[in-house]
Design a protein around this ligand. Structure first.
Ligand SMILES: Nc1nc2c(ncn2[C@@H]2O[C@H](COP(=O)(O)OP(=O)(O)OP(=O)(O)O)[C@@H](O)[C@H]2O)c(=O)[nH]1
Ligand SMILES: [Mg+2]
Length: 688
């Protein structure tokens, strides 16, 4: 296969809370589409998309895996993403480049906090979605509850497309409300054979009522259909689907399907819906790109003959070499071609191009707009970089990278591994923008920073598995943030002779606090203002951006403050960029020190599920951890507690919860916000 027609492509991701069944569904998709010939299960460590040895051992997905398969006459580029919040960048980068998504919910656990997070990530990139309520075979499965939660917690308008036949362990098949038939999945063939059976009179009554709701939703997107519906005329299936499609593409409707992937039921109708209801690259609005220098705006349609514009969204260090996944928005890439990496303003060669099938590759010569492929040979490109034609520079928006909150100091067990360690860590950083490495100037230690304990554990295992390096690691630590609590204006003068040349500069800064979560705002006068050269303005901006990376109390990154450069009087011949840099840097330090600096700690949002009899212990434990319980919900035999707890208190919580609940409790946690660290924490650091 080389170049599918654009309307025959779907670029689709599977997203959800951890363990909802994304990889199990992906495995069925690959099997039913003939891409693989044997079904592998996650719990046996055999799923195709979980190819990394750690994924197989841990039974979870860690890295988003991209594959291509064919359903009917459509090519589907499919990305299976991880659900664990520590790997949220994988969801972010996938949603950045995907055209549509399948959101999976567990019929038992419903809309969980991480389901909300991925839902909002998809909102941010306007990704149309269809949904699958999976695990319909499990005790306690309640798809109606999930539909209600979708409305209440996600503010979404779900459209139930099917009714279940049989409950929990007896869940057998589904009634397709649009076609009005029962879809059965032949168990002898691992569900591969789907049959469409007429429905019984008994099923008819409930199906007719439920179908009405589907038609009603469709009617909002097709006036003629609405008229027929109001007149009580029969509305044909094709018409319903094409109206629903409009609602889905507009991000207003979310058709919901039912299934049990593990029991091989309900996957093919979702694949049909990917084709019928989710967009092809041609259905998307034009992509906005800018000229890197003039900022002139270009609207790019998905045209293979247009100017090349592609986004690198994932980099794999594959046996030491980079493999770069790209989404092409316009134009085409030929293998061997030299491209412009406009994010770094350098030229790079896409030596070879591949279509990816999980971890296997198929070499191709050309890749064109609308497609997702991988390129070997790009030496510098990192996640979020734009690739374009050398003669036509274009720049796309990158992607939002969350800030890592946990750090860990490491040193190699063998001293001679030191250089190799640093090189290997660099390769791991290529892959993962949420993983950072720095040298601690005071201790000389190598400090790894990541999204959570699991994230860093995975990195340490990869050092052994992929690079053969064993390290000694310290205890995980919280990455705090620093800010200011009052406004301060400060004028700093720098005057010194360096290498026989006099440098002088005066910089007046106004530093003020911003609301929590508002980030950093640095305002530098535009070049030309009061005689400021572009060089000096750039020096100011760069210096201040660097300086906020390291706060004035403990050296943690500063957040939520604004820095306005109010005055930089220029005396020709005296005011130099070096002088301005020095004055701005010292000026910021002194201003921030005077502006009553504060230490902020990350607070996590927690959802704990434990059998009712252990709730008392769970709540008691939270109280000792400075936790704030937000709510508690009882479902059958378990209680679900939602709470906010500072991350500093959460290390090792898994073990604690297990022992408080005889191994039966579980929890998920994700970053919520930063809060002022209490006195006890300040005392620990000698700040009080
Ligand atoms: N009973 C039941 N179990 C299921 C079903 N689908 C998946 N599972 C099981 O649920 C567990 C998690 O499935 P995965 O497919 O790994 O879930 P995931 O969403 O890919 O998980 P992450 O990638 O870690 O976020 C596995 O043990 C599956 O066998 C289902 O329909 N019914
Ligand atoms: Mg998975």
């Amino acid at each position: 296969m080389n170049q599918p027609a654009l309307n025959k492509i779907r670029n689709i991701g599977i997203i959800s809370h951890i363990d909802a069944g994304k990889t199990t569904v992906s495995e069925r998709i690959l099997y039913y589409s003939g891409e693989i010939h044997k079904l592998g299960e996650v719990h046996d460590g055999m799923a195709t998309m979980d190819w990394m040895s750690q994924e197989q051992d841990r039974g979870i997905t860690i890295t988003a895996t991209s594959t291509t398969c064919r359903w009917q006459d459509i090519w589907i580029n499919l990305i299976d993403t991880p659900g664990h919040i520590d790997f949220t960048i994988e969801v972010e980068r996938s949603l950045r480049v995907l055209d549509g998504a399948i959101v999976i919910f567990s019929a038992v656990d419903g809309v969980q906090p991480q389901s909300e997070s991925v839902w909002h990530q998809a909102d941010r990139y306007n990704v149309p979605r269809i949904c699958l309520i999976n695990k319909m075979d499990r005790v306690g499965a309640d798809h109606q509850a999930v539909l209600r939660q979708m409305q209440e917690r996600l503010g979404a308008r779900p459209v139930l497309m099917q009714l279940p036949v049989g409950e929990e362990g007896d869940f057998r098949s589904v009634i397709d409300l649009v076609d009005g038939c029962e879809l059965t999945f032949d168990e002898g063939e691992l569900g591969a054979a789907v049959a469409c059976q007429p429905i019984t009179d008994e099923q008819m009554a409930s199906a007719a009522k439920a179908r009405e709701a589907v038609v009603e939703a469709a009617a909002d997107w097709d006036d003629e259909l609405l008229a027929d519906f109001l007149e009580g005329k029969e509305v044909v299936a094709e018409r319903i689907r094409s109206a629903l499609r409009k609602g889905v593409l507009a991000g207003e409707l979310f058709p919901v399907f039912l299934g049990s992937a593990l029991r091989n039921k309900g996957v093919q109708p979702v694949l049909d819906a990917v084709i019928d209801l989710l967009p092809s690259p041609l259905d998307l609005p034009p992509v906005v790109a800018h000229h890197p220098e003039s900022s002139e705006e270009f609207l790019l349609t998905c045209d293979p003959d247009g100017p090349l514009c592609a986004l690198a969204f994932k980099v794999l260090a594959d046996e030491g070499r980079k493999l770069t996944y790209v989404r092409i928005y316009s134009g085409q890439i030929k293998s061997g071609e030299t491209l412009l990496n406009s994010s770094r303003n350098i030229r790079e060669r896409a030596a070879r191009l591949f279509r990816m099938h999980a971890h296997k590759r198929e070499r191709i010569d050309v890749a064109q707009a609308g497609d997702i492929v991988a390129a070997a040979g790009l030496k510098e490109a990192l996640t979020g970089d734009t690739l374009c034609a050398v003669e036509q520079p274009l720049l796309l928006a990158g992607l939002a990278v969350p800030e890592p909150v946990v750090s860990l100091a490491v040193e190699p067990k063998q001293v001679q591994d030191r250089d190799k360690l640093l090189q290997s860590l660099e390769k791991l950083q290529w892959e993962d923008p949420t993983f950072k490495v720095r040298e601690d100037e005071d201790t000389g230690q190598t400090v790894l920073t990541g999204m959570g304990e699991l994230h860093l554990e995975v990195v340490l295992r990869r050092l052994i598995d992929d690079f053969g390096i064993e390290v000694n690691a310290g205890q995980p630590q919280v990455v705090y943030r620093e800010s200011v609590s009052t406004e301060v204006r400060h004028t700093e003068v720098f005057e010194r002779e360096i290498d026989g040349k006099a440098h002088r500069a005066e910089v007046t800064l106004l530093v003020s606090p911003r609301a929590r979560g508002a980030g950093i705002d640095i305002i530098v006068p535009p070049p030309g203002a009061e005689g400021l050269s572009a060089e000096i303005c750039q020096a100011l901006e760069e210096t201040l951006r660097m300086a906020v990376q390291s706060g004035v109390q403990l050296g943690y990154p500063m957040v939520d403050l604004s820095i306005v450069v109010e005055r930089v009087p220029v005396s020709p011949g005296e005011t130099t960029a070096i002088g301005v840099r020095a004055a701005a840097q010292r000026g910021l330090t002194l201003a921030a020190r005077a502006a009553k600096p504060v230490l902020l700690e990350p607070v996590m949002e927690l959802e704990i599920t434990a059998p009712n009899e252990f709730s008392g212990k769970v709540l008691g434990g939270l109280q000792q951890k400075r936790g704030r319980v937000e709510g508690m919900e009882s479902r059958a035999v378990v209680d679900i507690v939602r709470a906010y707890v500072p991350l500093a208190e959460m290390f090792g919580y898994m073990t604690e919860l297990r022992s408080a609940s005889q191994g039966r409790g579980s929890f998920t946690m994700e970053f919520s916000h930063y809060d002022r660290a209490p006195d006890a924490v300040l005392e620990k650091f000698g700040l009080k």
